[in-house]
Design a protein around this ligand. Structure first.
Ligand code: PLP
Length: 383
């Protein structure tokens, strides 16, 4: 089987696997004061430092969560409450192309009376083709009274990297705090929260080489979010629940390995570009999203007359795993809201498939990806 769905879930890397196995045999609750508890705490704090290093913050600004979805909920709900109660600013400004973990949380708040403003991914390149990026000017127009601005770093369907620095600087001047969902970007491109200027940033272990069920939220020192889970007050009161020591250790190892491997980003990019170039030679192929601002391993493409679901299923039968849009929407048979927001018609949005590779993808696999996709399209078009 060839795995080209890294954006849905990255394979567990060697050091994360080893660290998971090693720490599963360490007994102890990091909150306990005895020697076993202290040993467990040493493990979680060492991992916290590795997570912090990956995103350029201090260890005490990292809060462990169960993954990206929880980190997103905590940041959106907590950020909204903080802005309302501390800054006296109520509006939420977000993009229309956020992951469901952000969009549905924002909608939850909207249904309870929050003033929410959505910004479409309206930017076009010089040939009039949608890039998949929001425009900072569109954000600027709706920042009046904004308390929290939520903008993802890179989109999960197209891999398009958003103008975070520009939007952050506008949001800050307008008096708002900024949350960035960097679940797709972390471990794949260099991230530095200080350079980006964001106040909160979410990452997820299973997108960068650890098992699923673990993630983290960066919260800039000075911002106090209210918790959404109530309990024993772990994670300095923000996220109650006994810490999963082995998962955290594994996550820390994956972050360290990802950081070291950022140097191979250009090799991944080169392989992805080769696949993109080959597939764009297929009749009626359309690459969706900017090439200039893109994660190294993600490619989104539609082929005229070929349904995305059909292509994914046929590729799967022939031993290749790719996906339509995001894994969370696969199988729902609806056009991608992200591509619709970019201005594509339904056929192109419905036909889109995402091919995503990573640092473990080989040249042979890339060749197979191109062959299987090409042959599957021919087969679909023959019937
Ligand atoms: N945000 C983005 C951009 C994602 O791509 C995903 C997962 O696909 C999530 C959030 C949710 O993360 P998790 O699967 O860790 O809950």
């Amino acid at each position: 089987m060839i795995y080209a769905d890294w954006a849905a879930d990255a394979p567990v890397c060697e050091s994360a696997r080893e660290e998971l196995m090693r720490c599963m045999s360490i007994p102890g609750n990091p909150s306990s004061v005895h020697a076993a508890g202290m040993a467990a705490r040493e493990v979680t704090e060492s991992a916290r430092a590795k997570v912090a290093r990956l995103i350029g913050c201090d260890a005490d600004e990292v809060y462990f969560t169960s993954g990206g979805t929880e980190a997103d909920n905590l940041a959106v709900i907590g950020g909204y409450e903080y802005a309302k109660n501390v800054l006296g600013r109520e509006a939420i400004v977000t993009s229309a192309i956020e992951h469901a973990a952000v969009l549905n949380t924002v909608r939850y708040l909207e249904a309870r009376g929050a003033d929410v403003r959505y910004v479409a991914a309206s930017e076009r390149d010089s040939s009039g083709e949608p890039t998949g990026r929001v425009s900072a000017d569109d954000f600027e127009r709706v920042l009046d009274g904004a308390g929290v601005v939520c903008l993802m770093h890179a989109n999960n369907e197209t891999g398009t990297v958003q103008p975070i620095r520009e939007v952050t600087s506008l949001a800050r001047s307008a008096g708002a705090i900024v949350f960035c969902d960097a679940v797709q970007a972390a471990g794949h491109v260099k991230l530095d929260v200080r350079e980006l200027g964001v106040d909160m940033l979410a990452i997820s272990g299973h997108k960068l080489g650890s098992p699923g069920g673990i993630g983290a939220l960066y919260v800039r020192r000075g911002i106090t979010l209210p918790p959404i889970l109530h309990g024993g007050g772990q994670e300095r009161g923000l996220r109650s629940g006994t810490l999963p020591v082995a998962l955290i250790a594994s996550f820390g190892a994956a972050c360290a390995e990802a950081e070291e491997s950022l140097t191979s980003e250009s090799a991944v990019r080169e392989l992805r570009d080769r696949i993109a170039a080959e597939l764009s030679r297929v009749d009626g192929a359309h690459l969706n999203g900017s090439r200039e601002y893109a994660l190294p391993g993600t490619l989104n493409v539609s082929f005229d007359g070929v349904g995305g679901e059909e292509l994914v299923n046929l590729c799967s039968l022939r031993g290749l795993c790719i996906s339509t849009g995001s894994a969370c929407h696969s199988g729902m048979g609806v056009p991608s809201a992200v591509l619709v927001s970019m201005g594509f018609d339904e056929a192109r949005a419905e036909g889109a498939v995402r091919i995503s590779i990573g640092r473990g993808t080989t040249e042979d696999e890339a060749r197979e990806i191109m062959r299987i996709v090409r042959e599957s399209i021919e087969l679909i078009r023959e019937v």
